[in-house]
Design a protein around this ligand. Structure first.
Ligand code: SF4
Length: 228
């Protein structure tokens, strides 16, 4: 079921609609492929880890920041309105402004998070010679890797080795990022810079569509954001 069904309904016919639909399809494909990997490999991130979010802020492609904004408007409207005013509720200036240290799940927008956050720790990549390769996350505790049967180490595993030690190879990161990057402008933006104006833009488009405006793809005039 769509995570942004209400927003999609209100944005039908606008310039962002197709991108949002494509992003949701790509995210659903990642979840589906990762489920197959988790079911076969039984290799999960340590519970409550969150180390990959600390001291890090993702660079977002257009589809990612549009989806994040739509997800917030649909699922956390109060927070979306705060962020539209440049107020990130968890921003400490040091880490991702959507990282909630008090939550055991840490990411405050888990189902709206971007590609890198979905793929980190549960994806494979192409090595220099083009072969599919997997490597345990750099934050994975060495003792848990050593206790795995068979024991694992922080090194690259070829596709056949990965199949041998885990029974499956996780989805290839570039399969997802390249297909979306090809249809985007190629520029990336930091969350704290791009999310506030994107939320304002989507709220404006929703407002225009609600009011039956026949040109909902123009530019916001700087009017204050309104709840969806
Ligand atoms: S968006 Fe969520 S998962 Fe990604 S770095 Fe920020 S807090 Fe972590």
């Amino acid at each position: 079921m769509s995570q942004i069904a209400g927003v999609l309904e209100k944005l039908e016919g606008t310039s962002v609609y197709e991108t949002l639909v494509q992003m949701e399809a790509a995210y659903e494909r990642i979840a589906c492929e990762q489920k197959q990997w988790y079911d076969a490999a039984k290799f999960y991130c340590p519970e409550g880890c969150g180390s990959c979010c600390e001291g890090f802020e993702p660079d977002l492609m257009e589809g990612e920041f549009l989806y994040m904004a739509a997800w917030l408007i649909e699922n956390q409207n109060d927070i979306a309105l705060q962020i539209a005013q440049n107020k990130f509720p968890f921003d400490n200036g040091k880490t991702c402004p959507l990282f909630n240290p008090a939550s055991p799940y840490h990411c405050s927008i888990y189902n709206g998070r971007p590609f890198i956050c979905r793929l980190f720790g549960a994806s494979s990549f192409r090595s220099r010679n083009g072969d599919k390769t997997w490597r345990p996350c750099k934050f994975y505790p060495d003792d848990i890797l050593a206790a795995h049967k068979p024991p694992l180490a922080k090194r690259q595993y070829s596709e056949s080795e990965t199949l041998q030690v885990l029974g499956a190879v996780p989805p290839l990161m570039s399969d997802f990022t390249e297909s979306i990057a090809a249809s985007a402008s190629g520029e990336t933006e930091l969350i704290r810079d791009i999310l506030p104006p994107t939320i304002r833009r989507l709220l404006w488009l929703i407002n225009m569509n609600d009011n039956g405006n026949d040109n909902p793809n123009g530019s916001p005039s700087g009017a204050p954001p309104m709840a969806a």
